[in-house]
Design a binder for this molecule. Structure first.
Ligand SMILES: [Zn+2]
Length: 368
């Protein structure tokens, strides 16, 4: 599947990193290009709080600001705001028509409405924008899940109207941006189905997996993805927001619908010394990725055994880390807490994910 944007096509299935505040920690845009990253996921809410949307506009919009030439997806920030308010009601109130949010760092309160969230993402110049939704945790009781679905649908309708207004006001070259509506419903298949159908009826064309993609035990809510696969039109782009582990990418792709995945796991793991490696050469015979087959492992670079290891992290990685340096050297860099360790490790994990994306695009995935 190919999503056209003003900054080039975005091919699914693919993984895109979370550049939450406009950057992926410890690497720059040219580093990201070198390991084949196709697009960035940036959080509109975080930019609202710092440096402010006006500053980004004065610096030429989000692409110029971040030095990124490819597509940019911006998340509404609803997920973060809801988590903070649910953790501590002092942080604000969720009402049917708006969210009043007091950021923990004590700055001015923010009022988020579906309209304002769309306007903000237009001002940033996003290629793909996400509508404000009401996020629930997997443990939320049924009435709360239903209320979240009702609000999410009502807000998506308002977001779409604002989106159309903004499009009509702005004449720009190339394909218009895309508006993604997250689908809520928690762990309830009937509710997920209802939410998806209501969003389709409301005229939305692209969708996101809303809420938390894992259940309370940390297992992927694969059945909920299967529901979306049944309900959504085959050509509708799907953003698997916050997913995930390499095996989750394979399992969801095996359902038959290509999705765009974004997740902070590989970059966070890299900073915590956990590095991803294929067990065998990826893609030797054009075979699909087999979900659940342990096709990869994670090594812990601080393990003593790596201190004297002259081999690269992975023989299948062609990124800077493995072209030029040994496990022993990376171990040493981490021990010395040099920032170069973070850069090399981050590039390594991102390259693993782009290799996995390539293989999923070319050969798909199966469950064995
Ligand atoms: Zn590598």
């Amino acid at each position: 599947m190919e999503i056209s944007t003003a900054h080039g096509p975005l091919r699914a299935p693919c993984y895109i990193p979370d550049a939450t505040r406009g950057f992926v920690r410890s690497v720059d845009a040219s580093d990201l290009e070198a390991v084949g990253i196709p697009a960035l996921m940036i959080n509109a809410y975080h930019l609202m709080t710092r440096p402010g949307i006006r500053v980004v506009q004065r610096l030429g919009g989000l692409h110029a600001f971040a030095g990124w030439r490819g597509p940019i997806v911006t998340d509404s920030g609803g997920f973060q705001v809801f988590s903070l308010i649910r953790q501590n009601p002092k942080h604000g109130q969720i009402r049917d028509h708006e969210i009043v949010f007091r950021p923990p760092d004590g700055k001015d309160k923010l009022i988020l409405t579906p309209e304002k969230v769309v306007q903000t993402q237009f001002r940033l110049g996003a290629d793909v924008m996400v509508a404000l939704d009401d996020c629930t945790g997997p443990e939320a009781p049924a009435p709360e899940q239903r209320r979240a679905v009702d609000r999410t649908v009502a807000w998506a309708r308002r977001a779409r109207e604002e989106f159309e207004r903004q499009l009509a006001q702005r004449r720009s070259e190339g394909p218009p941006p895309l508006l993604v509506a997250p689908i809520q419903g928690g762990n309830d298949a009937a509710l997920r189905r209802h939410c998806a159908q209501a969003l389709i009826d409301a005229g939305l064309h692209a969708f996101g997996f809303g809420g938390w993609p894992l259940d309370e035990e940390g297992a992927l809510q694969l059945e909920m993805f299967a529901v979306l696969h049944e309900v959504l039109p085959p050509e509708a782009p799907l953003f698997a927001l916050g997913v995930g582990k390499p095996d989750h990418l394979a399992a969801i792709t095996a359902l038959g619908r290509p999705a765009v995945f974004d997740c902070s796991l590989p970059t966070r793991d890299a900073r915590h010394h956990r590095l991803y490696c294929f067990r065998d050469a990826p893609d030797p015979e054009g075979a699909p990725v087999v979900a659940g087959s342990n096709f990869y492992e994670r090594l812990y670079i601080l393990d003593k055994k790596h201190a004297t290891d002259p081999e690269p992290i992975s023989p299948y990685c062609d990124a800077l880390c493995c072209r030029r340096y040994s496990r022993g050297y990376l171990h040493h860099l981490f021990k010395c807490e040099d920032p170069l360790a973070l850069r090399l490790a981050t590039l390594h994990n991102l390259r693993f994910y782009t290799q996995l994306s390539d293989q999923l695009q070319r050969h798909g995935a199966t469950t064995g």
